[in-house]
Ligand binder design. Structure first.
Ligand code: FEO
Length: 399
């Protein structure tokens, strides 16, 4: 049965929620599910903004049928061709042969690659407009937010921005689709941060380019492809995006990441974490072997400082820590201060190797010397760990 939700007199939400999905993009755990958003504008012409993932296809087509009623579908605006938004396009084009596809040249090429055809297509470029009655759609290119073909649509008459993946979040919608009807900071911010850094975090420069374009627009309603619709207090969320895309820390504090096999490296990490917290500094501690790397990446971006503690393994860095460092490099982690702790029973190596990887990232600053634990923490190494913690805490508080 249809479940359309009215946003304005002329704009309707047609999307759906998937709460059974385990891994988004086969990589990121989504224990709170995810929504796939699609919108229909009914003016002199009818305009669909994107389709949805296959997982919510039936809900979407029921919604579309109900929202259209007896009217034909005149246009579909395709903002992004990733299959979580395009998997149902082929079926849509078959069900609505009357529809004209409005999209970028790159997206049209992808449609042909995915489906073997692209339908009747109008190609648009930056700043092109399409009048559909009382509303005029203006197209804003947003390459690499998150794929190269991405664009957004701005509707000046009502200040609506259809923002594609930008301003989206993991997390299914809890009945209401509006950010002002949920406790976004409590219930969605961690998921939004994790979504941003893992999905588009690598492309901060491109996100900043789009934010500069958006700065000149009066935006009253933001309709992303995932998560809640914003109709008030959007400036708060926009500020988060400015911070995140600038690779700036959101909070002053320390993320302590440890990889420990028998608990001794954990012990070292906990000693540092407790000593830092005792100075009044915000600290979070993560066992990198049991926490998804996507969450670790998100937390590394969140804080101004990080401590990495790893046992030496096969004369190198422990596997899960190696993966975290590789993911941080892949997502262009930068502008942070860090400290390293290593453990080794006969040939400690992990500290120097971690430092080599971290110092190769952009604008990174190492605090103190690497601190070495030989098998288990003793009085001497505990004193060195507390000394390192004092340096890290002072650095957080001083800057
Ligand atoms: Fe939600 Fe890049 O797709």
């Amino acid at each position: 049965m249809h479940n359309c939700i009215s946003i304005t007199d002329t704009l309707t939400y047609l999307g759906g929620n998937d709460r059974r999905i385990a891994l988004f993009e086969s990589a990121y755990p989504v224990p709170r599910g995810v929504s796939y958003n699609s919108y229909l504008l009914k003016d002199e012409k009818t305009v669909l903004f994107d389709t949805v993932d296959e997982a919510v296809a039936e809900q979407f087509f029921e919604n579309l049928s109900c929202a259209l009623g007896e009217r034909p579908l005149d246009y579909i605006v395709v903002h992004h061709m990733e299959p979580d938004h395009s998997a149902t396009q082929r079926r849509l084009l078959q069900a609505h042969p009357e529809v004209t596809v409005v999209t970028t040249q790159k997206a049209a090429a992808m449609m042909k690659n995915y489906f073997g055809f692209a339908g009747k297509t109008v190609l648009v470029k930056e700043g092109d407009t399409l009048c559909v009655g009382a509303h005029t759609l203006r197209f804003v290119l947003a390459p690499m937010v998150h794929w190269p073909e991405v664009m957004m649509t701005y509707v000046a008459e009502e200040g609506i921005l259809f923002s594609a993946d930008a301003f989206g979040t993991f997390g299914a919608l809890p009945g209401s689709i509006f950010a002002d009807e949920v406790d976004f900071e409590r219930d969605f911010l961690a998921d939004a941060r994790r979504y941003y850094f893992n999905i588009v975090g690598k492309y901060g420069v491109q996100v900043q380019n789009v934010l500069k374009k958006a700065a000149g627009l009066e935006i009253r309603l933001v309709c992303p492809l995932h998560g809640p619709v914003w109709r008030r207090d959007f400036a708060w969320y926009l500020e988060k995006y400015c911070t995140w895309s600038g690779y700036l820390p959101e909070e002053r504090g320390v993320a302590v990441f440890y990889a420990s096999v028998y608990g001794h490296t954990q012990n070292a990490a906990e000693i540092v974490a407790s000593a830092v917290a005792a100075k009044g500094v915000k600290v979070r501690v993560y066992d990198v072997s049991v926490t998804s790397v996507g969450e670790l990446v998100s937390e590394a971006f969140r804080f101004s400082h990080a401590v990495f503690a790893s046992t030496t393994y096969n004369n190198g860095i422990f596997i899960s820590m190696e993966q975290l460092l590789a993911d941080l490099a892949a997502h262009a982690w930068q502008n942070r201060a860090y400290a390293v702790i290593e453990n080794g029973s006969w040939a400690p190596q992990a500290g120097g190797l971690m430092d080599a990887q971290l110092s190769a990232m952009k604008n990174m600053r190492c605090i103190g010397e690497k601190t070495t634990v030989l098998s288990a923490v003793n009085e001497e190494s505990a004193a060195a760990l507390r000394e390192l913690a004092a340096l890290v805490a002072a650095d957080v508080l001083d800057n």
